[in-house]
Design a protein around this ligand. Structure first.
Ligand SMILES: NC(=O)c1ccc[n+]([C@@H]2O[C@H](COP(=O)([O-])OP(=O)(O)OC[C@H]3O[C@@H](n4cnc5c(N)ncnc54)[C@H](O)[C@@H]3O)[C@@H](O)[C@H]2O)c1
Length: 386
């Protein structure tokens, strides 16, 4: 195969951005041959050489695509993804992988043909700061991780944002709020760098800052099997927000904030120092380490190029879709804990969670505020949003 024929499903904010990039030739070896959306969304599409579908199943069966990229609202990810995987297509899935863990399990079960590539759009994995931190952790530079705190409240969204997309911020339309829409990126990075906790306790405020029924303000506690404590705080209502990640390891403290990484390294691991010192108030000697970080975050384009190269040249995937179940499980566990006011042991009971979410969908009578202006987000607004 010299190039990959791609079908794009969902031509909204994200889909249109991918379409423009691919048609501009920014992803070598990836050729957009087909698009799929609801009839109204296809009306203004100028490119006549693209095959157009209003049903993803028809596109999958058409023989016109080797791969599909699913950029619909999340409740459609599972059904369309399973269909494409069963049909033996390569699949790129937007984040989150699906609305809940049971759907992720269905997707993973449908991925029989491992010669096909199944990737997810976790573009923040291309950020050199997180790549560097992950490598420091994996190589043992920080020693055993003792505490993590990530305050990521710079996901501010206005009421107009929520009003402009009918599916947004409803239990039915996306199955959650900030945890399902904005934070899949951070939760994915969290599990990518620190692994999965053994228990989760979530405190959520639902519609605290916006007229919505889902969570827009979250504080979650993750406990790891080795006793490591982690706090994850997020919101779409705070301004100015903060994005500060603090990691305490035996070997020192790393912070990422404002686009920089700082490593204050203990000369001697902190517990060893505590055990061995004769001093009551002494502290380990600390070195300010200059951690070089090179390169740019390639973001969505890098993930798409990697997907294409994985298909054509067996390149290793940056974000395999099967890993997408973890961020969904974390999001679900935080919500489940908040709904039941219990600490949730992982692995999460996926069927129990699906039933609990379904109850909320069935019982919802929430009416969202209407948009103040028609037309939705501008391309500029959208580009700044992730
Ligand atoms: N990776 C990222 O940084 C990133 C950024 C934004 C959005 N996303 C994800 O992309 C997905 C779409 O988000 P968006 O902001 O583009 O939403 P959107 O509402 O702007 O667009 C969704 C599009 O999907 C179409 N659609 C709905 N149901 C469909 C179906 N059954 N078949 C075909 N088309 C269908 C809609 O008509 C619409 O054009 C979401 O899952 C979101 O989380 C990812």
């Amino acid at each position: 195969m010299k190039s990959v024929r791609l079908g794009l499903v969902g031509l909204g904010n994200m889909g249109r951005a991918h379409k423009a990039n691919i048609l501009a030739g920014k992803v070598k070896g990836l050729e957009l041959t087909a698009i799929c959306d609801l009839p109204a969304a296809l009306e203004g599409v100028e490119e006549e050489d693209l095959a157009k579908f209003t049903d993803a199943g028809d596109m999958i069966a058409s023989g016109k695509v080797d791969a599909i990229h699913i950029a619909t609202p999340h409740p459609f990810h599972c059904a369309i993804g399973c269909q494409a995987l069963e049909a033996g297509l390569h699949v790129m899935m937007e984040k989150p992988l699906a609305v809940h863990k049971a759907e992720c399990e269905q997707l993973i079960n449908a991925y029989h043909d491992k010669t096909k590539v199944f990737a997810a759009m976790f573009n923040q994995r291309t950020d050199p700061l997180y790549r560097k931190l992950k490598s420091l952790i994996d190589e043992g530079e920080l020693g055993e991780i003792r505490r993590v705190q990530w305050n990521v409240t710079d996901w501010f969204r206005s009421q107009e944002y929520y009003a402009s997309g009918g599916w947004r911020a409803t239990w039915k339309g996306e199955g959650g709020g900030v945890l399902l829409n904005q934070c899949p990126h951070n939760l994915d990075l969290f599990q990518w760098m620190f692994g999965m906790p053994s228990e989760v306790h979530g405190f959520c405020n639902f519609g605290r800052y916006h007229q919505i029924e889902v969570e827009d303000d979250v504080s979650a506690y993750f406990r790891y099997a080795n006793g490591c404590n982690a706090l994850f705080v997020t919101s779409t209502g705070e301004a100015p927000g903060v994005n500060r990640l603090e990691v305490v390891g035996e070997q020192g403290l790393v912070t990422i904030e404002g686009g920089t990484i700082r490593f204050r390294r203990n000369r001697v691991p902190m517990s060893q120092f505590s055990d061995e010192t004769f001093s009551s108030f002494g502290q380990p000697e600390v070195w300010e380490v200059d951690v070089p970080v090179t390169g740019e975050a390639g973001q969505h384009l890098e993930i798409l190029r990697n997907f294409t190269n994985a298909i054509l040249h067996d390149e290793k995937l940056i974000s395999p879709a099967v890993e997408g179940i973890h961020s969904v499980e974390l999001a679900n566990a935080v919500l489940y804990s908040a709904w039941t006011n219990q600490t949730i042991q992982l692995p999460l009971d996926s069927s129990a969670y699906a039933a609990e979410l379904q109850d909320r969908i069935d019982q919802s009578s929430f009416k969202k505020r209407q948009p103040r202006q028609q037309g939705g987000a501008s391309a500029d607004d959208f580009a700044k949003s992730f």
